[in-house]
Design a protein. Structure first.
Length: 205
């Protein structure tokens, strides 16, 4: 086993040649796109993933969070401990992740409410990095329902533009619609690797 490993590593070193480890990598692909309305494009792409999307103003946000949760008949909802106070609407038992909730506690909740780090208009992708109002990765992977707030200023047009706003050492989760997979016969199954239902509140003009 050791000799095979040594041989593989030797081949890798030979293939790299004398190029230094910190050699610059050319970035000749498009790093910016011109789109008339990135927010509208993001909404369109997220809806294509069978997610539910609402465009709201900042003033409407708490009421719309309440409406979404009431339509789900949610009574207990998981949230990161730094979820903004106005988002913690009445009529809901908020299960804040402080001290950390157990897996069974998160699984027994009716859903989770979070913000996001950045979103990508072209792909309809929401990126979470465990930062402000997002919490641990488990909080958004275990519940069956995820209500995510995306502010317009967090929407970038392309993936390269979004990546520039992210710290690569943080735990990044890319969410493109509800969790879904297909078996060998292409039968779609939702909710296997994450929330079965994704609902997005896009805040902005």
């Amino acid at each position: 086993m050791d000799s095979a490993r040594s041989e593989i590593l030797a081949r890798i070193r030979a293939a790299r040649g004398s190029r230094p480890a910190n050699a610059s990598v050319p970035r000749e692909y498009d790093t910016a796109r011109a789109v008339d309305d990135p927010l509208a494009l993001f909404v369109e792409r997220v809806e294509e993933y069978r997610a539910v999307v609402h465009r709201v103003s900042e003033e409407e946000l708490p009421e719309r969070i309440h409406d979404c949760l009431m339509r789900r008949e949610a009574s207990a909802v998981v949230a990161p401990p730094d979820l903004p106070e106005p988002w913690r609407v009445g009529g809901i038992r908020w299960l804040l992740d402080e001290p950390p909730l157990t897996v069974s506690e998160v699984d027994s909740a009716d859903g989770v409410v979070t913000g996001c780090a950045v979103a990508v208009a072209e792909t309809g992708t929401i990126v979470l990095d465990a930062g402000l109002a997002q919490g641990r990765r488990m909080l958004t992977l275990v519940p069956d329902y995820h209500l995510c707030v995306v502010h317009a200023e967090r929407i970038e047009v392309s993936v390269p533009e979004a990546l520039r706003r992210l710290d690569p050492v943080r735990p990044l989760t890319f969410v493109s619609g509800p969790s879904a997979t297909s078996d060998i016969e292409l039968d779609r199954v939702e909710g296997v690797h994450g929330p079965r239902t994704l609902e997005v509140l896009v805040v902005g003009a």
